[in-house]
Design a binder for this molecule. Sequence first.
Ligand code: PHE
Length: 336
Amino acid sequence: AEIKNAIAQATASSPEELEAYRMEYISKKSVVGELFAEMKNIPNEEKKVFGQVINELKQLAEEKFQELIERVNTDKKQSNAFDIDLTLPPSNVGAGGIHPLTATRQRIIEIFERIGFNLSEGPEIEDDWHNFTALNFPINHPAREMQDTFFIEKDPDIALRTHTSSVQVRVMENQKPPIRTLSPGRVYRNEAISARAHCIFHQVEGLYVDENVGFADLKNTLYHFAKEMFGKETKVRFRPSFFPFTEPSAEIDISCQLCGGKGCNICKGSGWVEIGGSGMVDPNVLDNCGIDSKKYTGFAFGMGIERIAMLKYQIKDLRLFTENDVRFLKQFKPML
Ligand code: PHE
């Protein structure tokens, strides 16, 4: 019982003390070890009881030993935490890269800032007026319906914006011409996710309103952009189209950067890839936003940032942008 007590009360706070404990209670020469050596002197009929007692002691001593080892180890870890040398140079943890969409957006902004466009922003949760009505969407236009738009509330309608054209409205409501602004941002559409489409993607809107702004200004601005973004050899094509908020309207195509215009599965063999829509701001839209449509004209365009990034970096599947696969993201590290 005396030994039992001593074991229970034993402590150790260093490897040296641990060793002392081991010598005292565990080794062959320890008090417990000596009891085992005594065994041969014990009369046979008492051997069984004696054996039980010393085995119990031995087990107790070993359990305690494990406990002490653990305690000494955790003490060591805790004290190590305070041993860090803050004056040492850091080990190389490796910096993160820039996401290709961020890099593409930055490059687009840079190109347009140099020709006099400022930056503007609007909310991703929009009301019907800014996303549709002010932009001359007729009341029963199909784009307002559930298959395209994520509605948050009905009557009055609140939705996730389906395009960055809503920011045009906000800028025109708050500023007088001349207006030259670029609005990058996230947009939402209720679409199935595939290699070419996603329900969340990014657009960049451009708006230029002043006296005597014409279609030639629109074309030259976008020619300039395409050559800066993709290189001098890039071809741009305008295809007649329709948007409620522009008249006339045109779709913007770029010669395919993946196959050099020869035809591949991204341009579907045509040699051209659509990157956005554009047109002259409809006079109704100017008037809706409090700008005199008799005095001013303007052009607008909206381009998909994912599409531009795909062409620029030869990315064949749009889902890669949101999957956060480091094998994909690592490839953009040198851009830092
Ligand atoms: N908002 C249109 C779209 O998302 C693009 C566009 C912007 C077209 C500006 C014309 C002018 O498809």
